[in-house]
Write a protein that binds this ligand. Structure first.
Ligand code: BES
Ligand code: MN
Ligand code: ZN
Length: 496
């Protein structure tokens, strides 16, 4: 998809005019109407179009405009935020694509801008929304009818300064590309995405300046990754720990660490899951997918920050070599874990990855992302990811970043009474609570036992990584939830 910015509209393309839902609405349409010989007034009246955000009106063959015309509802300009513009851009993309347009020129040159959100910046966000939405996963569809193949491949945004909009857009495009990479690996089937192929995706990033190290089973056995290796021991796929480094900040500054659950398929293991819906467990590596996408966007936009990204990769399979309920493993931390349910595997791969990361990189903050519990969707549905933390300031920073980009977080409680629930009778800790509810919280407590004093946050994204309904920015399927959130968190707090 080609996106450019210009100050004057090129001719001979579909012309999209931004229309604002306030006093200027009448004036704008009047001016356009004059150009289009009165056809707009009739069309707007018939469709009852008032410029509401994310509403569009296609006006066929309006002679006088140099061709085809469409009105794009921009909503109330006084309420314009970057996120609002991204959503408009995304919906516009979907609409144009549905109409099978090839190219469009979108005139937002009269967008007013508000406070720190300049007109040129808001236009860049509209373009970013279109770019985010433009990603599709159709590589395995070999037999589509011609009229099912999307054709829209070029957008030109008209703005008061093409240079200023382009500058903002370059950063946003890097974030969008990260989001696309996450959605790709999350969408790929588990016969294509497994620990070693995820590691390969990471190694690709070394071309753009990310330093990548991979530990295989041999190295992890030597180091003592008993918890992570136990999860992968029933699979023919080799478990991997991937460390990616982007050191764009000051040499003296301790890194921010981001750790992702990467269970490339979660059958449940010997505690096997029911068949209904098991296919969803291809996205049980979404936490790692976010770490991968984040590292890509940091490198692409040359972020001035030090970030270590870690992917904890294993496949959870039942087999003759799989771990059993009641097995006891020794984690990298030295703590022993009684495995009471082989389906509570995410916390096991993270236990070793978190311990390794804090010990080796001494991060100033450590954040993990994981499709950790089904219980989080019982608590929060598909609207918020769960946030758990030992640090109030970190929670505030993450929550603010999440609401700015529309990837919201809701903090849930932690405390001694919950923590007691994972004490084991035979080992230091057991991998499931005693079945007294609060499954997402006891899971977070399990992770906390492998964190020590590092300021840490855990994002349970089980309800957010995949959407069965249509999201404005990302449509159906993999959302890439977390990439934009963490970019915002890093930019706002560490790159100033
Ligand atoms: N990967 C699942 C959690 C999950 C559920 C992610 C739905 C995405 C959508 C996780 O490994 C799991 O199986 N959790 C168990 C924990 C239980 C055994 C304590 C669960 O949620 O049932
Ligand atoms: Mn599981
Ligand atoms: Zn899982």
């Amino acid at each position: 998809m080609k996106i450019t910015f210009a100050e004057k509209a090129p001719k001979n393309s579909l012309f999209v005019a931004g229309i604002y839902e306030d006093a200027s609405f009448g004036n704008v349409t009047k001016a356009l109407d004059k150009l289009a010989n009165g056809s707009i007034k009739v069309a707007v009246g018939n469709a009852d179009f008032k410029g509401k955000a994310e509403r569009f009106l296609r006006i066929p063959s309006s002679n006088g405009c140099g061709g085809q015309l469409m009105l794009a509802g921009m909503g109330d300009a006084k309420k314009h935020t970057p996120l609002a513009l991204e959503k408009i851009g995304a919906k516009l993309f979907a609409c144009l694509n549905g109409l099978r347009e090839k190219k469009a020129v979108i005139d937002l040159s009269d967008i007013p801008g508000i406070k720190e959100h300049t007109a040129e910046k808001l236009v860049a966000y509209a373009a970013s929304g279109a770019l985010i939405r433009s990603w599709t996963f159709d590589k395995y569809k070999t037999k589509r009818e011609k009229d099912e193949i999307p054709v829209l491949d070029e957008l030109v945004f008209i703005t008061t300064s093409a240079k200023k909009s382009q500058e903002v857009f370059d950063k946003l495009a890097a974030i969008a590309k990260g989001n696309h990479l996450t959605r790709l690996v999350v969408s790929e089937p588990p016969n294509v995405i497994y620990p070693e192929s995820m590691a390969k995706y990471a190694k690709e990033l070394s071309k753009i300046g990310v330093k990548v190290d991979v530990l295989g089973e041999k190295e992890m056995t030597k180091l003592g990754f008993g918890a992570l290796l136990g999860v992968g021991q029933g699979s023919i796929r080799e478990s991997q720990l991937v460390v990616m480094k982007w050191m764009g900040g000051k040499k003296s500054e301790k890194p921010i660490a981001v750790v992702g659950k990467g269970v490339t398929f979660d059958t449940g293991g010997i505690n096997i899951k029911p068949s209904n819906g098991m296919e969803d467990m291809k996205y049980d590596m979404a936490g790692s997918g976010v770490v991968l996408g984040l590292m890509k966007s940091l490198a692409m936009r040359k972020a001035k920050v030090n970030v270590v990204g870690v992917m904890a990769l294993a496949e959870n399979m039942p087999s003759g070599s799989a771990q059993r309920p009641s097995d006891v493993v020794t984690s990298l931390s030295g703590q022993t874990i009684e495995i009471l349910n082989t389906d509570a595997e995410g916390r096991l791969v993270l236990a070793d990855a978190l311990w390794y990361t804090q010990d080796k990189f001494k991060p100033q903050y450590m954040i993990d992302l994981a499709t950790l519990t089904g219980a989080i969707t019982v608590a929060l549905g598909y609207e918020y990811a769960g946030l758990f933390s030992n640090d109030d300031k970190l929670c505030d920073m993450l929550t603010a970043a999440g609401s700015a980009v529309g990837e919201p977080l809701w903090r849930l409680p932690m405390g001694k009474a919950y923590d007691k629930d994972i004490n084991s009778d035979v080992a230091d800790v057991k991998n499931v609570g005693s079945g007294r509810g609060a499954g997402s919280i006891t899971a977070a407590h399990f992770l906390e036992r492998f964190v020590n004093k590092t300021p840490w946050a855990h994002l349970d994204i089980a309800g957010m990584a995949w959407d069965k309904a249509d999201k404005p920015l990302t449509g159906k399927g993999a959302t890439g939830y977390g990439v934009r959130l963490l970019n915002e968190f890093l930019t706002k707090n560490f790159e100033a």
